[in-house]
Design a protein around this ligand. Structure first.
Ligand SMILES: *Cc1c(COP(=O)(O)O)cnc(C)c1O
Length: 346
């Protein structure tokens, strides 16, 4: 890895971050807070939230087995995806490299930040080639994005291939593990102390059943987390989100049962889908969705819409011709989908 100072945008390296009232006061016990121009009358949300979400991080830490000082929390993974662009990529100059197809937000964030987005195609079997990815980089490449398990293909990549990219690349590698709770593979978040250039993303939106609270996580070295904290909005995770997340973390057994149920339903759904005449191929998946190649994705998508069933049409995505991406629903939802598909006639 290059020295951090060479990777970080000069304006960010030199930045004096905004100092909020609750940053300046730390430690000491106090019971009069007249420092932040808040309304003193308690309605449960009259106070600003903890800017660094200490209590929440202390609850997440044992669950994810990552030390508190290596955790960043943001407004969904969206924030954790956008911040590295703002920290590392000089607009109009630097570039990032990503596999294709993959999660759409990386390219949108690159476009918003005026950063060149270089795509490296996966193979026909949705596998990645580390040498091709490394060959797509030049001296202005700041970040490589690897989503594993990948969206929309569903597969997780071989650990050795991702390790090769992380250990060979001189810049930052972001491994997005939004779906790792549905996979048997050892998560990369356990390797953040081994690789100073690694950022691992996770989210409350999928396995943790809390897409509505907008809470994303990034795990990385304390140096990288420090940069996230300097650049983020001071109060980026609101009080209600922090409260709800703590509540969810208090019920880990329910969460675990949910995941097992989704995995069981995934097996059953894949088997039933593969027996349908309209189904050409069910791709292997390590996520809570399955990519299916059908005879006519556009027609079947429209047919399902008329039946009140919405799947994701990926027909126009690179390497995903005639593919639908189907999220594993409840037993009832999956049954409705399957019976609609069985009734489908061209
Ligand atoms: C769903 C998803 C996320 C989650 O995004 P949030 O902003 O946390 O809801 C992140 N990465 C990938 C690849 C996803 O598919």
């Amino acid at each position: 890895m290059k020295p951090l100072q060479e990777l970080v945008r000069p304006n960010i390296w030199a930045l004096t971050p905004y100092s909020c009232a609750r940053d300046e006061f730390k430690g000491m016990k106090a019971d009069v807070f007249i420092d932040a121009n808040e309304n003193p009358y308690n309605n449960t949300v009259n106070r600003y939230p903890d800017p660094l979400q200490e209590k929440l991080k202390q609850a997440i830490s044992p669950m994810k087995q990552v030390p508190v000082e290596n955790i960043f929390l943001g407004n969904g993974s969206d924030e954790a995806i956008d911040l590295p662009f703002r920290i590392f990529c000089r607009p109009g100059k630097d570039n990032v490299v990503a596999i294709d197809p993959t999660y759409g937000m990386y390219e949108v964030c690159a476009d918003i930040n005026d950063v060149e987005y270089r795509k490296v195609s996966l193979s026909e079997t949705y596998d990645l080639n580390p040498d091709e990815i490394l060959a797509a980089c030049n001296s202005n490449t700041k970040i490589i994005f690897i989503c594993s398990p990948n969206n929309p293909t569903g597969n997780a990549f071989q650990r050795e291939k991702i390790e090769k990219i992380i250990s060979s690349f001189q810049g930052i590698v972001i491994v997005d593990e939004a779906y790792s709770d549905f996979s048997d593979q050892r998560p990369f978040r356990f390797d953040i102390l081994k690789y100073p250039n690694l950022i691992v993303l996770a989210t409350f939106s999928k396995a943790w059943a809390a897409a509505g609270i907008r809470l994303g996580m990034a795990f990385a070295s304390t140096e990288l987390i420090g940069l996230f904290n300097r650049v983020k909005y001071p109060y980026n995770v609101n009080v209600l989100t922090q409260q709800k997340a703590l509540e969810i973390l208090g019920n880990a057994t329910l969460l675990q049962r949910n995941i097992i149920q989704i995995l069981e339903e995934r097996e059953a759904l894949m088997k039933s889908l593969s027996l349908l005449p309209i189904c050409n191929k069910v791709y292997p998946t390590d996520a809570n969705f399955v990519l299916v190649q059908v005879t006519d994705a556009d027609a079947i998508y429209q047919y399902l819409v008329h039946k009140g069933i919405i799947v994701r049409n990926r027909n126009r995505v690179h390497l995903c011709g005639n593919c639908l991406r189907i999220t594993v629903g409840t037993k009832d939802e999956n049954t409705k989908l399957l019976s609609a598909l069985r009734q489908y006639t061209k």
